[in-house]
Design a protein. Structure first.
Length: 137
């Protein structure tokens, strides 16, 4: 296993061990059901589109180290994938997993991204970071 992968794993265990002082009860008190904003499908897609951005592999590494990076196949629209995650559409997401349209990033992916110094289109649907590599021609 390459050294940078081992360092990422070590950083995950030490650096990311922080836990929030907010309890679930506190969070519920801060954001009650009446405070939640319901978005229709179009509004959700617009919100996700505005939250989409580019990251380099160096910037993405900390999320990879946490195990939160999901690769979205180039044939699948990143916004569509993020919307289904946000809607918690388990049936569609499970279908994509089985058909290998999405997958959790593995060490092999990280090694290739490191070698290519890759950049990505990304969007966060907590706790996940959905990515599509930007292919340079």
């Amino acid at each position: 296993m390459p050294l940078f992968i081992l360092k990422l794993r070590q950083a995950q265990q030490s650096k990311f061990a922080y836990t929030s002082p907010l309890s679930q009860a506190t969070i519920k008190n801060i954001m009650s059901d009446k405070d939640r904003i319901e978005l229709n499908e179009e509004e959700l897609r617009q919100k996700i589109n505005l939250e989409t951005g580019q990251l380099t592999w160096t910037e993405l590494q900390k999320y990879y180290a946490k195990g939160n990076v999901i690769i979205v196949n180039p044939g699948l629209d990143l916004i569509d994938a993020a919307a289904k995650f946000a809607e918690d559409d388990k049936a569609v997401v499970q279908n994509w997993i089985q058909s290998e349209k999405i997958k959790r990033a593995l060490d092999e992916d990280a090694i290739q991204w490191n070698e290519r110094k890759s950049s990505f289109w990304t969007v966060v649907v907590a706790p996940w970071v959905l990515v599509q590599e930007i292919i340079k021609h």
